[in-house]
Write a protein that binds this ligand. Sequence first.
Ligand code: PEP
Length: 262
Amino acid sequence: ENTTVEVPVACVADGSVTIGGKDVVMMAGPCTVETEKQLMTAAEAVRKAGAVILRGGAFKPSTSPYGFRGLGEKGLQLLAKARHEFGMAVITEVMTPSDVAMVCEYADILQIGTRNMQNYMLLDEIGRTNKPVVLKRGMSATIEEWLLAAEYVLSQGNKNVILCERGIRTFEKATRNTMDISAIPVAKTLSHLPIISDPSQGTGHRHLVGPMTLASIAAGTDALLIEVHPNPDEALKDGAQSLTIQQFNELMPQAQAVAHAI
Ligand code: PEP
């Protein structure tokens, strides 16, 4: 039987949303929490457009040690404030086993980033909680390796695992990563777990986020994880792949149309 993951969300009538249910769930927000104003503006906008889960990185796995590495616990506090204000659930990344308990206090969904897909100590620690967890596919991982990473979490007792396709490393340079859309139906065939799609990290370019969102829905994704920034050109991180609020507003009805059509 397929697994579904319930996430408590105050702003919806039922008080929760189901990942892996009949509706495609929208998770959106800034790549990284930068300031209270930036986060609140983004949260208010994506909520108004129909997103029910707010994304935002507080602990950032930056490729360069000189890049912005996030606000840490202060970022988590801002996410909690946005959750309170807009009734959204919060998804945010946790990078080390020692931070799991702390991040659990603020987040409704834990995110394991691509770079940590095979951090087995982290997988074990998260497996000992029962928080919903989004497990991103390692950028060079096969689908089998990804599913085995999911087993680490499941085998410790946490059954609330959600897979996330976020693009893989190939020889192609036109995109930051190569979005493996086929991984969505493949994972659905091989696994009982719900799967979501991250077309922002998956492409690295905001003009590709819309087409890959629609393609992911057509391929059967259960949810989307999309980066939206009030002013992407001034973002401290990943501005090139962040949608403007207007672009997100335009994308939402298109996403709903595809979801209804399939
Ligand atoms: C992110 O979503 O903030 C992120 C860093 O993603 P990934 O782990 O897919 O690179």
